[in-house]
Design a protein around this ligand. Structure first.
Ligand code: FAD
Length: 286
């Protein structure tokens, strides 16, 4: 923690939300390890079929990363959108930073600029990244999401034309090529250190380690009407349903999203419930 902000362990934060919600409402249902299979609107309710049974609800918020767009498409939303799944990897070094330090964001790129920060559970390790390269999976290290990726991307000519238009932009092409190299053994570390030296000029090659198996993907929206990559947050709102695809800049905006989504959900529920905005702001806004 510094005067300018906090390091947040989002896993612990969500556990604490669940604990508090259970105190407020002991009957609340929390179904982990439950996969949404299909969703359909029947009358004024959504019927959600999962691998562990069926649920029915008047209002639904889908917050499943890139999968949210696939689910939105199954309901007829976002049909002119595709997704570019940008996988990020990280390097680590012994402790060289006390807090998060960002390099300057390139205006044309919708991906997070390279930054360094202390590992949330071990401040003696500093993490640098992410690198960014497109992969054809909705989830990193999960080959089962290859088919789902293409289902979300779309099979027509339009998404392919958009992809070509995006990828042949000189700035993006150079960026993607450089980022492919950053993930390679031997050469990757030697190239990536130049980026890290913008943050820590004295860092040595021997201090850097590529972290295998760490990282995720950022689903970035491709608009097939404008044939452009969309910057920032990706969210769709429909008939009593919200689809959160990409928070921007990332997890740090989750409470801001919760705030706007809760207000929207109250609107969907037509005044049957109320949102205590003052209590939320008192607890969570400085
Ligand atoms: C190493 C690393 C470091 C990061 N550091 C930061 C940071 O310092 N600051 C920051 O702001 N952000 C950071 N991020 C980004 C941040 O993690 C993401 O922006 C954030 O996790 C996105 O949250 P989400 O809930 O939208 O999606 P996700 O975290 O992707 O969660 C989506 C969930 O939906 C589930 N799901 C998908 N399909 C279905 C289905 N059919 N049924 C049920 N569930 C489904 C998935 O299994 C997944 O659990 C980091 C990411 C990585 C990988």
């Amino acid at each position: 923690m510094t005067e300018d902000g906090y390091t947040v362990d989002f896993k612990r934060l969500s556990h604490s939300f669940v604990d508090c919600a259970k105190i407020e409402n002991p009957g609340i249902g929390i179904h982990l390890d439950t996969k949404l299979l299909t969703i359909a609107k029947v009358g004024d309710r959504y019927i959600v079929k999962t691998n562990k049974g069926e649920f029915s609800a008047p209002v639904v918020a889908i917050t499943a990363g890139g999968h949210s767009l696939m689910i939105a498409k199954s309901l007829g939303y976002g049909l002119d959108l595709s997704v570019l799944s940008m996988a990020g990897s990280f390097y680590t070094s012994p402790k060289v930073l006390n807090g998060k330090v960002y390099t300057i964001q390139m205006a044309k790129l919708p991906f997070a600029a390279i930054h360094g920060d202390p590992e949330v559970h071990n401040e003696n390790v500093t993490r640098f990244g992410p690198t960014a390269k497109p992969i054809f999976q909705l989830e990193r290290f999960n080959m089962a999401t290859f088919t789902e990726y293409w289902k979300t991307f779309g099979f027509g000519l339009s998404p392919i034309l958009s992809l070509f238009n995006i990828i042949f932009d000189k700035v993006l092409l150079v960026y993607v090529f450089k980022n492919f190299l950053y993930d390679l053994p031997y050469i990757g570390k030697r190239l990536f250190i130049k980026e890290i030296r913008m943050i820590v000029p004295t860092i040595k090659l021997s201090e850097l380690k590529f972290v295998r198996g760490l990282g995720g993907t950022r689903p970035q929206i491709v608009n097939n009407t404008t044939r452009k990559l969309e910057m920032g947050e990706a969210k769709l709102s429909g008939d009593n349903i919200i689809f959160n695809i990409t928070p921007s800049p990332g997890a740090s905006t989750c409470l801001g999203n919760a705030y706007t989504d809760t207000a929207k959900i109250m609107e969907f529920l037509g005044g049957k419930f109320s949102f205590n905005k003052e209590a939320f702001e008192k607890d969570l806004i400085k």
